[in-house]
Design a binder for this molecule. Structure first.
Ligand code: 6PG
Length: 238
């Protein structure tokens, strides 16, 4: 496994700042037409608040940015469980991103397979394809890691882990979690960069296992990306 780059911040506040600066630099490197996919969960919330703050609001080229989602729960956008709802309230409602540049997954769709297919069309219509690649290129995908080693909505034992062709999958997660829509490994592998944001002592063990290459954890395969960066706070660092 290519070793991901590891950067450790002293605390969650500093981690949000580290991540915000990382994204600003990535957007500058990409030049016009920055395409980013973001995740839900609790960890990125301080980052989203910071990016919406007066200090950072002008840091990202919003007018020229397209924002996608790494995953979504099968709920309507106004549900407290919606990743879109979370990102909308903390970030999108505060920055000048054109509504047509926000690409949400239709978690409320009755037919999640159709919603996954629609999202593939949206990726194909908005992203570039690297020479010879069958998958669209997102410049950055911001990911978290769950306590059980999932990333995006790629859960252990779920069908989407075996997906080699589709870019977006409707994933019926074993256990109590709601069904999800998720980017798949092929589209994660085609991304310019994967940024894993992880915080808290409860995650140190799982981060260690992912970095050691534990093949049972879905995050491990994603972390094999040649440009994977782990941004951690000190508590989550192995
Ligand atoms: C989600 C995610 C998921 C998340 C991890 C970590 O919708 O929940 O996108 O993959 O990133 O579960 O979540 P926490 O940041 O809450 O620990």
């Amino acid at each position: 496994m290519t070793k991901p780059m590891l950067v450790v911040a002293p605390d969650p506040g500093a981690l949000a700042r580290l991540a915000a600066d990382h994204l600003v630099r990535a957007a500058r490197r990409c030049g016009p037409g920055f395409r980013i996919a973001v995740s839900g969960g609790s960890t990125p919330q301080p980052l989203y608040r910071l990016l919406a703050s007066p200090e950072y609001r002008d840091g990202l080229p919003w007018a020229d940015t397209h924002l996608f989602f790494a995953d979504e729960r099968a709920v309507p956008p106004d549900s407290p469980d919606s990743n879109f709802g979370l990102v909308e309230s903390l970030l999108l409602s505060h920055v000048p991103l054109a509504p047509g540049h926000v690409h949400r997954m239709r978690g409320e769709a009755e037919d999640l397979q159709a919603a996954a297919k629609d999202y593939e069309w949206e990726l194909a219509a908005t992203c570039e394809f690297d020479r010879g690649s069958r998958e669209p290129r997102l410049d950055v995908v911001l990911l978290g890691i769950g306590d059980d080693g999932h990333t995006a909505s790629l859960f252990r034992g779920s069908e989407a882990l075996r997906e080699e062709d589709r870019w977006v999958a409707a994933n019926y997660v074993p256990g109590p979690a709601t069904p999800r829509l998720t980017l798949t490994y092929p589209v994660l592998a085609a991304a310019g960069e994967l940024v894993f944001l992880v915080s808290g002592a409860g995650k140190a063990g799982i981060v260690r296992r992912v970095l050691e290459g534990d093949p049972d954890l879905p995050a491990t395969r994603a972390a094999c990306h040649p440009r994977a960066t782990f941004l951690l706070d000190a508590a989550a660092a192995p």
